[in-house]
Design a protein around this ligand. Structure first.
Ligand code: SAM
Length: 340
């Protein structure tokens, strides 16, 4: 086992992060991340219901199946009523957070999105502890907007915003995103934070050209914003994109990055990512909560739309919102954690 002379705390420098990522045996860092997780956010695992309500996107992110140049993808938009009905079903099944995610679809104007947020926020949940009514938290993940639009959605009740920076390497960012710049992405994140949203960013592991140095910069960017949520997942090659045939991100390196995110951001909400959960059999044999994560995002998108939200190829099982949630709760309990 490597002897770690580095103090495993939130002040890690870039060169220390790189050294840790390269360790032969990462066990001591995983153990430290798990201790920090237990001390900072406890044993609760938060379940979030994600509704993927439109796969129409004006952008051209070259790794993503939703990019506007992918003519092979049948496109859809859920109606206001369908979105709110799905959110109601998720809340009835026990979810306390609804995540609304879409491509950058200009048809969903801030006014339309705001009306959806208001209707979801009006859903009542009886708090088990106090027997009083509470309302679901709403996370928005719809891409880049103006400060005015982010502020408008906040005024309509949105609580959190998730906008992954994807890669902190400006050159790689421009290569992968013909429609944007890293500077604009990070400015959006700073605005979201300034407006008082619980702010989420994140990045992919395994994008072509990525190095341990880039991953260290990705992690430091999360700390700089500073983020209260971070989604870190492996890049999965999509055959319908320009990155067809590229190698998928390494699950071990992904887990290492999540563990380091826990050290840098002790109180953050860190999901076990969807992409990670569809990886190998070997993945499932390991406790997915042993590396610092404390959140699970579960798709509740209706079956008729689910397959078309194909960011990367995945095995889409039919949705049973209440049944899937029960199954997930049992899995979480089997790892000694408390689902909420
Ligand atoms: N339009 C919103 C945005 O830009 O944040 C949200 C939708 S976007 C499809 C959601 C996330 O999917 C992105 O932040 C990206 O990290 C992830 N993603 C896209 N293509 C991927 C791929 N091939 N492998 C892994 N993750 C991918």
């Amino acid at each position: 086992m490597d002897k770690i002379a580095i103090k495993l705390n939130s002040d890690l420098t870039k060169s220390e992060i790189i050294q840790l990522l390269a360790l032969d045996d990462f066990t001591p860092v995983y153990e430290a991340a798990d201790r920090v997780r237990a001390a900072s956010v406890g044993d609760t695992v938060h379940l979030r219901a994600i509704i993927e309500f439109s796969n129409i996107c004006k952008r051209q992110c070259i790794y993503c199946g939703l990019n506007r140049d992918n003519e092979d993808l049948p496109r859809f938009r859920m109606s206001h009523e369908e979105i709110v009905a799905t959110a109601r079903e998720a809340v009835a099944a026990g979810y306390r957070t609804i995540v609304l995610q879409s491509g950058e679809d200009p048809w969903f104007t801030p006014e339309k999105l705001g009306a959806i947020i208001e209707d979801i926020k009006a859903i009542k949940i009886t708090d088990i502890g106090t027997n009083e009514f509470v309302h679901p938290a709403v996370t928005i993940s719809c891409g880049e907007m103006s400060e005015e639009d982010y502020a408008y959605l906040k005024s309509k009740g949105a609580d959190r915003y998730l906008l992954k920076h994807e890669t902190a390497d400006p050159e790689a960012y421009s290569r992968l995103h013909p429609c944007g710049t890293l500077e604009n992405r990070t400015n959006c994140l700073k605005t979201i934070h300034k407006l008082g949203y619980e702010t989420g960013s994140g990045f992919m592991i395994g994008l072509p050209g990525q190095t341990l140095e880039t991953i260290a910069e990705d992690l430091m960017l999360l700390r700089d914003i500073p983020c209260q949520m971070a989604g870190i997942g492996p890049f999965i090659s999509n055959p319908k994109t320009a990155l067809a045939g590229e190698k998928n991100g390494d699950p071990e390196l992904t887990r290492r990055a999540v563990a380091l995110a826990r050290l840098l951001l002790p109180k953050a909400n860190l999901p076990v990512t969807t992409a990670l959960s569809i990886m190998t059999e070997e993945e499932h044999e390991q406790n997915p909560f042993a590396f610092g994560a404390n959140v699970v995002m579960k798709k509740v998108t209706p079956d008729q739309y689910k397959e078309a939200y194909e960011i990367y190829p995945a095995d889409f099982k039919p949705t049973d919102i209440a049944g899937d949630r029960k199954e997930l709760e049992e899995i979480i309990k089997s790892y000694g954690r408390m689902p909420l």
